[in-house]
Write a protein that binds this ligand. Structure first.
Ligand code: ADP
Ligand code: ZN
Ligand code: ZN
Length: 747
């Protein structure tokens, strides 16, 4: 048996992960010591025994063999949180690539003190003799006028805060310092810790679960066979209530729960429903927390002060020792995919963590991702379906599809179709509210014909091509190019152009058409200030505006009782984004957007404006028909070999020198092709290389190719090969590689 060496961290916190120490695994500990194991090691000159964790194992030592000490013993404590998180990191690295260090930094929080808010207050010394003497010394010297004034005011008013001293009394910081050191001013310091707790909002009476909801709860609790459950329930079918019931059950058994919700949907309204039910046994994580505040939540969880954490992707790594359930709401959401190396998907990592801790994983969505639904149909996940809205009297809205080509032919070149305009007028007259939704998700400047709706697509890949300078159309998937025609090949119309529209432009159009309406806008620009998303949504809910205009941010999990009209201005923007998930994303967004209205007793009207009214993603969203959409979309994926029918690994090369990036990616594609042949990996398909469509920053070039196969382990092997290959090549100095396993995000 070969000698093994272990890299060990002794202080497990993100700041110290780079400091690993190498030890030998003595033969009697072979097979016992493993990734994540807690070990005792002799440390430093004195060889005192300290505790550490194994984060890596190798057969070749990095140091002089004679200087490496032996691990003393392995403490196999399966429950140790650190061990679990390290094993999770190992798994993440194995599947998604990158270094162990990057993986560890993903699962282990930054150790940071909570910054206390420090308040300083000042009052005069109690020693009157000293004060008298001081005042005499200042005398009538004009230079000391502010000090005299300050003492006079303090005598009558008692105490000033530091801010008052500086800003109201106009005393300089150096004078304050001098007065304190002379003993004339007495400084009092108080520290306040902010603990993020939701402000409780009254969101109505607690509900009694409907028979359909109770049945799902029962099925999940009693199922001994499946670890993973998919709840497919239309918007408003009461999934959130089901989650809370499940959590209550988990907590009653003395175990803990993690609830993942996309950041965008983590509005105060959603969060307060959880607070109302579970009080301060709950911890809410969001990006508004500082590192210190996040670490404070982490410690609370570790000390067992909370049972439930609600948060985005990163909440998955809460150090719960008795984890009983992980819930992923809106499981189809793209935000569950990390954009940084390692580019993990929270759904996969959640499944691993659930298996490690014997917990159940619950996925919920009105529009499940194709891969989850496919697994559910295959019996790998238990499937639970809810077809009706939970609240009595709440019905699905009336959806109509407007053909924008027809509007164009009727000489209506405005962004509002005649139908939408009429509905908006009526709603405004009745004092009801309107949401206008601009579908910009994944929008990448596709080119289409305004009069017949023809979209220019790559003849090889069926994804939309993008216009580039010099009048060329490019496919960002396979690299195919062709000149941009002057007229439409379908109908001969000269109105061929890149499609584009912004929320600001829409706001301007509303002002022209409905000058009396009050408008709020919600998009990335208007929410750059961290808290303002809640502000805008709350103002709209309080009816401070009649119309809300926004991007995909407004379709997520917000409840607006007075909204009776939802207009989707350009449904096509996401439909022709240049990747294979475009139709799926369009269907999801439209279905969710349509679900925003008619949530109360007032019936809703949804208008979908599109150039492709016959496209199945639009038709199925209009009829809220997930089943038909799923079948159509799967046959497209099968035909062109896209996930989830096959697995797909995107390989992205990034660098400042375009020639080098091109040379690197070409060489790599060749090398991996040879590798797969040698390994006997059959049916490995390599597509590309091509220019990646989104170039971040000006002088960075990004090229991409894709490797496709049905066997996930083969793709992992190919990725490991490429990582090593690059490291050994001269490209490693100036070209960076990123890997992305499907579900692939867009480039
Ligand atoms: P989803 O998460 O599926 O969109 P929610 O759980 O948010 O659905 O429920 C939608 C609305 O219906 C909410 O306002 C909720 O309070 C209400 N609701 C859910 N379940 C019930 C129930 N059993 N009885 C009455 N109202 C309910
Ligand atoms: Zn045309
Ligand atoms: Zn192509």
């Amino acid at each position: 048996m070969p000698v093994l060496y272990a890299d060990i961290i002794v202080d497990i916190s993100a700041g110290n992960l780079d400091r690993v120490f190498q030890y030998r695994i003595p033969s009697h500990l072979n097979g016992i010591a493993d990734i994540g194991s807690q070990v005792m090691i002799p440390f430093g000159k004195s060889n005192r025994m300290i505790r550490g964790f194994i984060v890596n194992m190798t057969s070749r030592p990095d140091y002089d063999e004679s200087k490496i000490k032996d691990i003393d013993q392995v403490i196999n404590n399966e429950l140790a949180m650190e061990s679990q998180l390290i094993r999770l990191a190992w798994q993440i690295r194995k599947v998604y690539g990158g270094t162990m260090n990057q993986a560890l930094k993903t699962v282990i929080p930054v150790k940071r003190q909570v910054k206390a808010q420090v308040n300083r207050y000042y009052s005069l010394t109690q020693d009157e003799g000293m004060l008298d003497a001081y005042e005499k010394r200042l005398g009538s010297d004009r230079r000391y006028k502010t000090r005299m004034e300050l003492i006079r005011r303090l005598k009558t008013e008692g105490t000033f805060s530091r801010e008052e001293l500086l800003n109201v009394c106009h005393v300089s910081p150096s004078v304050v310092k001098a007065l304190v050191s002379d003993g004339i001013l007495v400084e009092n310091v108080t520290r306040q810790y902010r603990r993020p707790m939701g402000q409780l909002m009254d969101t109505g009476q607690p509900v009694v679960l409907s028979p359909a909801q109770s049945q799902v709860v029962r099925e999940i609790c009693e199922d001994e066979q499946h670890r993973i459950h998919l709840i497919h329930g239309i918007t408003g079918s009461g999934k959130t209530e089901i989650y809370m019931e499940l959590i209550a059950e988990v907590v009653a058994r003395g175990r803990q729960a993690i609830v993942l919700i996309p950041e965008i949907s983590l509005s105060l309204q959603t969060v307060s429903r959880f607070y109302r039910r579970f009080g301060d046994r709950i911890s809410v994580m969001n990006s508004r927390l500082s590192d210190g505040e996040k670490y404070d939540q982490y410690l609370r969880a570790k000390r067992g002060e909370v049972d439930i954490v609600v948060g985005p992707r990163s909440a998955l790594f809460m150090p719960f020792e008795r984890l009983g359930m992980i819930i992923i709401d809106e499981e189809h959401d793209g935000a569950y995919k990390s954009e940084n190396t390692p580019r993990f998907h929270a759904r996969d990592v959640a499944a691993w963590r659930a298996r490690m801790s014997g917990a159940k994983l619950i996925l919920g969505s009105a529009t499940p991702s194709l891969e989850s639904y496919a697994r559910a149909l295959a019996g790998m996940y238990a499937l639970h379906t809810l077809n009706v809205r939970a609240r009595a009297g709440s019905i699905l809205p009336n959806v109509s599809v407007v053909d924008l080509r027809e509007e164009f032919r009727q000489n209506n070149k405005k962004i509002f179709s005649r139908k939408l305009r009429a509905l908006m007028e009526d709603a405004l007259k009745r004092g009801e509210q309107i949401i206008l939704f601009l579908n910009r998700r994944g929008y990448a400047g596709f080119v289409s014909c305004r009069s017949c709706g023809h979209v220019f697509k790559c003849r090889h890949c069926e994804v939309s091509m993008t216009a580039h300078r010099g009048g060329r159309l490019k496919c960002h998937y396979c690299g195919y190019e062709e000149p941009l025609p002057r007229t439409c090949p379908e109908c001969g119309s000269p109105y061929v152009a890149a499609f584009g529209m912004g929320t600001q432009k829409v706001e301007g159009m509303i002002a022209d058409e409905f000058p009396q309406a009050r408008v709020l806008r919600l998009d990335r620009d208007s929410t750059s200030r961290k808290d303002s998303m809640d502000d805008i949504l709350n103002r709209f809910r309080r009816h401070e505006a009649d119309i809300l205009v926004g991007t995909q941010m407004i379709v997520k999990g917000h409840d607006f009782p007075d909204v009776t009209v939802v207009g989707i201005l350009a449904a096509d923007l996401s439909m022709f984004s240049n990747d294979y998930m475009a139709a799926e994303r369009t269907f999801q967004l439209l279905t969710q957007a349509a679900g925003r209205c008619g949530r109360d007793e007032k019936p809703g009207q949804v208008v979908i404006q599109t150039y492709a009214p016959e496209h199945y993603s639009i038709r199925c969203a209009a009829s809220q028909d997930y089943g038909t959409f799923y079948r159509q979309e799967m046959s497209y994926r099968r035909l062109l070999s896209y996930p989830p029918v096959v697995h797909m690994l995107a390989v992205l090369a990034v660098g400042a020198d375009e020639g080098r990036v091109q040379a690197c990616i070409t060489a790599l594609a060749g090398a991996v092709r040879d590798f797969c042949r040698e390994q006997g990996f059959e049916d490995m398909v390599i597509v590309g290389p091509a220019d990646a469509s989104v170039s971040k920053g000006k002088d960075v070039y990004r090229k991409v190719f894709y490797v496709k196969n049905k066997k996930y382990p083969w793709l992992i092997a190919a990725r490991e090969f490429m990582e090593q290959h690059l490291r050994a090549s001269s490209f490693s100095r100036d070209v960076g590689l990123q890997f992305d396993m499907d579900p692939m995000s867009m480039y």
